[in-house]
Design a binder for this molecule. Sequence first.
Ligand code: ZN
Ligand code: ZN
Length: 364
Amino acid sequence: MATTQVTPRTSEKVAPAEMMKALVYHGPGKKTLDERPRPTVLKPTDAIVKVAKTTICGTDLHILKGDVPTCEPGRILGHEGVGVVESVGSGVTSFKAGDRVLISCITSCGKCAACKKGMYSHCSDGGWILGHLIDGTQAEYVRIPHADTSLHPIPPGSDEEALVMLSDILPTGYECGVLNGQVEPGATVAIVGAGPVGLAALLTAQFYSPAEIIVIDVDDNRLATARRLGATSTVNNTDGKAVEAVMQMTGGRGVDTAIEAVGVPATFAVCEGIVTAGGTVANVGVHGAKVDLHLERLWAHNVRITTRLVDTVTTPLLLKTVRSHKIDPNLLITHHSKLDDVLGAYDTFGRAAATKALKVIIDV
Ligand code: ZN
Ligand code: ZN
């Protein structure tokens, strides 16, 4: 077959990329609100979403501290949000332009061995990549790979601000804390750490009617919030005596489920110290250092220790519970900001003890 030589039409100019505002990570301690080219569909399974609302996560602060070396300078941060589909690739069948969507913090192909087990967090072509290995949601637009399995349709009439809490923190508290912790009716539960994820575990633990939920933190404001959200008692661990306090409160028995929602050795040690025989320590916290495993005490106590990265398999279930007002994620929202003032929002969120911030909604 004859081939035709195609002469490049040099007179044809490439249209300049449309620009957008985005919060960009520039290495430890450095971030700016930059102008960046708008993302475009790169694969048939991609969708481009115009972000309506996003938020900042403790994980973003970890990245900014330099704790996540796999996140490279130049990355747009953010893995939570809701928005409107702007365009889709030819392989996307469940969404079209104009659809309102909830963005999952976990990208899943739905086809690999991990996805088929419901372990989306370990998807061979996904997992936690948004705002980490690919550009994230703290921007006017975001590219979502595997859109069919990584976005959720927002039912008409939903409170979209509340749904931002479903991108990450509610499924994290529920899957890693409550489900892994096997919270049961009548049980005694302790949640160590009353940050947004600990409080998300507190809200979702109540699906199972535990008899007692003890929340432990070092911040009185957060403990007051925990009591408003359903904690039956709270312990301020500023003196480091939480284990003694919980053992006294439980008549020396300890708790059936201890949920670790901080991610440092001292709080993991509290969980090991208060779990009762036959109980579960459910780790949720992001640990950057090793912890001591007290097998000299625990070996004979029939204790389970669980770890997990959120899979977001429960997001559809949680959407229904929010729609039917079984839980109110708005209770976790303390501040509002605009994308133009995202640096101010980071400052507010980063000084949570002073500002009493839990989750900051950023309107884009
Ligand atoms: Zn997060
Ligand atoms: Zn997969």
